[in-house]
Design a protein around this ligand. Structure first.
Ligand SMILES: Cc1cc2nc3c(=O)[nH]c(=O)nc-3n(C[C@H](O)[C@H](O)[C@H](O)COP(=O)(O)O)c2cc1C
Length: 345
């Protein structure tokens, strides 16, 4: 099979993409037990919640699993930008009867830290993956000392070369089709972002490490195509969103099952960084990209009460409906079955 088996100890070349906000340990356990690599996303978990999910993983599987973190530099808060952002959202606050004065500012997503490394050391996962580059050298050394293989996303050839120079064990080549946040970290220029079919072979040529293809892969033919381009394995996110083990919300599930899922865009409205989601009302009316959105992850706080109120009424108008460009693989089947089907060629 591939370089991934000796590296990660998995049977199938399929990594379930970590997806913060739509899954906890149940999805990861199902995928790992099926022979793929299940992933636990920690960007939106407190250290206590992370420990609880890692305990579940420990009892739920004896197979390797991956734990995933964001590693952005938290931006200095800007009162002026926060004010302008709330101003842009004010017609919606009025429409939904929300008092913007009562909304706290705050990050919503936390980067890998010494505190989260403390928790991780009690579990020693087989793999740790990062999004938005890598943490500090000192933190990375702690992860390495735990014996974990280190993976990180690259969205350009330059990012792949940079990650290789930092000593990662494998590179996730994230094509622009991918759902969720762009892992881009050496550039903010969206015109540098290319599709999986173009990115994977160029990164394979540029680095000596195993390359994992991500973005737009939804079935066994997609997996075979990625491997034909030189990938050692795939990381699949969107296709798992309807699995019963995912915690995907009702409005998100409904959007994924509808024709709306055929139209996605990169938007910074929900967090401050570009991420791909199904186009909804707020993306149409304020974006999809807006200069008014505060820096990542500070844009989240002001939109959260709009989202909560609308979702309570069954509407996804203000929700991040993260999805890749290819939602055709989304089915309500157990994650183990999906994992085996993806690897079936
Ligand atoms: C709902 C959703 C949430 C995501 N959250 C994360 C995350 O927390 N960490 C991460 O590294 N990648 C995250 N991603 C990106 C995935 O790692 C991966 O690049 C992407 O799902 C692959 O493309 P696909 O969705 O077309 O399969 C997310 C993707 C989706 C769809």
């Amino acid at each position: 099979m591939t370089a991934l088996r000796p590296l990660l100890g998995i049977e199938l070349p399929v990594i379930q993409a970590p997806m913060a906000g739509v899954q906890l340990s149940a999805l990861a356990i199902a995928v790992s037990n099926a022979g793929g690599l299940g992933s636990l996303p920690c960007a939106m978990l407190t250290p206590e919640a992370m420990r609880k999910e890692l305990e579940s993983l420990k009892t739920g599987t004896t197979r390797p699993y991956n734990v995933n973190f964001f590693c952005h530099a938290p931006p200095p808060p800007s009162a002026a930008r926060e004010k302008a952002w709330r101003q842009a959202l004010s017609p919606y606050f009025r429409e939904l009867g929300i008092d913007p004065e009562g909304i706290p500012a705050g990050p919503g997503r936390a980067p890998f830290s010494a505190e989260t490394a403390d928790v991780l050391e009690d579990f020693r996962p087989a793999a740790v993956s990062f999004h938005f580059g890598l943490p500090s050298k000192a933190l990375l050394a702690r992860v390495r000392a735990m014996g974990a293989k280190i993976l990180s996303s690259a969205t350009t050839v330059d990012e792949a070369r940079w990650l290789e120079a930092q000593g990662v064990d494998a590179i996730i080549a994230q094509g622009v089709e991918a759902g969720g946040h762009r892992g881009m970290f050496l550039t903010e220029d969206l015109s540098t972002q290319v599709g999986t079919l173009a990115l994977v072979p160029q990164i394979v040529r540029a680095v000596k490490l195993p390359v994992i293809a991500a973005g737009g892969i939804a079935d066994a033919r997609g997996v075979a195509a990625a491997m034909a381009l030189g990938a050692a394995g795939v990381q699949v996110g969107t296709a798992y969103l309807l699995c019963p083990e995912a915690t995907t919300s009702a409005v998100h599930r409904a959007a994924l099952k509808s024709d709306a899922a055929r139209h996605t865009a990169l938007t910074n409205l929900f967090t401050g960084r570009p991420a791909r989601g199904i186009v909804n009302r707020i993306m149409r009316e304020l974006g999809p990209m807006s200069a008014a959105a505060p820096a990542f992850p500070l844009a989240t706080a002001a939109i959260a009460p709009l989202r909560a109120k609308a979702e309570g009424a069954g509407s996804g108008d203000f929700s991040p409906l993260w999805s890749g460009q290819n939602a055709s693989g989304c089915r309500e089947i157990p994650a183990a079955e999906l994992t085996r089907e993806l690897a079936a060629r």
